[in-house]
Design a protein around this ligand. Structure first.
Ligand SMILES: Nc1nc2c(ncn2[C@@H]2O[C@H](COP(=O)(O)OP(=O)(O)OP(=O)(O)O)[C@@H](O)[C@H]2O)c(=O)[nH]1
Length: 440
């Protein structure tokens, strides 16, 4: 379990870690904006909305009060004019309704502001006065309108008008405040919503921008580095990793490029060493075997001749015996240099072994090959060997020439025929060139 969890995390990419880091960085801002949004709703918007609902709850009983008050006014003045006894009962119902409305109002305005409570309390006092006046009028057993009764009715009308006016004032004030409050709540709500969306959007945009910057600066460079390294690992040595930014990655890329160039140089040096004969500087036998196959393949495809010349220094044992092995090495180097200098750039001179050399001449038919071989032979024969700053007699070489395809179609048969021609040259007195015969 622990190991699989470790493996899971180890397999996560750099992009994963960067994205996670970025999300973790912006998440406090998002959390903060969500909490602020909730806070604004819970602590500001919702209480304000409750308050407006409460005010609406107050407006309706006030409205009912106003209507009933007009009914009372009609009932009492009606009684004063007509003295109908059933109006007293009607008044009692209306008064009860007003009392109920006042008690509902006092319950509903529990958390309302002080001014409203004062206004309602004063309205209730006024109502008590109106009720007292009403009861006095309704108790009066009159048959005609006396001046005293008339003055009571006028007082009642003044009181009830004042109460009606007062209630209208309270109603309008409350309605106005309610409108203002509702407007304020809606503005706050709109602002909170806008801020919330703005914070969320900017956090997302910042996150995306951060990802984009990281992607361009780090991940792209990282990908270039990985791509360069894998190309190099698969043998593409020409690919150059080009990273400008960030500085650290550019430095890694520069170091990688330098390291790659160094490895290429070392590889070339090793390859050269592996293909070269240490003493003479010519290609060695291993490289010759590779090269002859290559040239013969090309010649088969291009249908052109390839000549092979095998050379062997004459009486080299004797030279060694006379001057010593070290001077023999010097002589071998001198002969090798003469051979190399006497051929074209496309031709290949190799040390076949001991004091034996082999030369590959692509695009060279038998006549030309013979002439080249003889020219080389003459050059070697005419070149004085210098031993310890004194000239000694030149060495001579014997040579056998075989040509693809007339003397052989494979490297083995070509070498075999060239070798046989070389033996003939030795047999016929050395320092000469022999062409392989087609019948051997
Ligand atoms: N100094 C030196 N001598 C070498 C080297 N490789 C081979 N030899 C010598 O070359 C000589 C070859 O002798 P042989 O095979 O008898 O041939 P030769 O004396 O040249 O006689 P022919 O080929 O018949 O003319 C031997 O004495 C080898 O020791 C080398 O790298 N350096």
């Amino acid at each position: 379990m622990y190991h699989s969890a470790v493996r899971f995390w180890q397999k996560r990419s750099l992009r994963f870690w960067l994205t996670s880091g970025l999300i973790m960085t912006i998440s406090p801002f998002i959390a903060f904006s969500i909490l602020t949004y909730i806070f604004v709703h819970e602590r500001i918007v919702n209480p304000l909305l409750d308050l407006t609902s409460e005010q609406i709850g107050i407006l309706s009983p006030i409205n009912e009060l106003q209507t009933t008050l007009w009914d009372v006014s009609r009932t009492v003045t009606g009684f004063a004019i007509n003295a109908e006894p059933n109006l007293s009962e009607e008044y009692a119902i209306q008064a009860q309704r007003i009392d109920n409305a006042f008690s509902r109002l006092s319950e509903a305005s529990n958390s309302a502001y002080v001014q409203l409570k004062d206004d309602l309390a004063s309205a209730q006092q006024q109502w008590l006065r109106v009720a007292a006046h009403s009861e006095v009028i309704l108790r009066e057993p009159h048959t005609h309108m006396s001046p005293a009764f008339g003055s009571k009715v006028i007082t009642f009308e003044n009181e009830i008008s004042a109460l009606g006016y007062k209630l209208e004032q309270v109603y309008e004030d409350l309605q106005q405040q309610n409108e203002q409050l509702r407007h304020q709540v809606l503005e706050t709500l709109e602002f909170a919503n806008k801020m919330f969306v703005l914070v969320l959007l900017s956090a997302t945009l910042i996150g995306l921008l951060g990802l984009l910057i990281l992607n361009r600066s780090l991940l792209c460079s990282m990908n270039k580095l990985t791509e360069g390294a894998s190309k190099f690992a698969t043998g593409d040595t020409s690919h150059h990793i080009d990273i400008g930014t960030p500085m650290e990655m550019a430095s890694v890329a520069h170091t990688f490029n330098s390291m790659k160039n160094k490895i290429i140089e070392q590889h070339k040096a090793l390859e050269l060493e592996a293909n070269m004969d240490g003493l003479t500087g010519l290609l060695n036998r291993r490289k010759f075997n590779e090269q002859i196959e290559l040239e013969l393949n090309l010649a088969r495809q291009g249908s052109y001749p390839v000549s092979v010349i095998i050379c062997d220094i004459d009486h080299f044992k004797q030279f060694n015996d006379t001057y010593g092995h070290l001077d023999g090495d010097e002589a071998l180097k001198a002969v090798a240099q003469t051979l190399k200098n006497g051929i074209r750039d496309n031709d290949k001179a190799c040390r076949y072994g001991g004091e034996e050399f082999v030369i590959i001449l692509p695009h060279c038919a038998s006549n030309a090959a013979y002439m080249i071989a003889d020219k080389l032979r003459q050059k070697v024969a005419s070149q004085m060997i210098i031993i310890e700053e004194r000239k000694v007699s030149p060495l001579t070489i014997s040579m056998g020439v075989a040509v693809f395809p007339e003397h052989g179609k494979t490297s083995e048969t070509l070498i075999k025929h060239a070798d046989q021609a070389l033996y003939k040259a030795k047999d016929h007195g050395r320092n000469r060139v022999f062409m392989a015969s087609t019948d051997c």
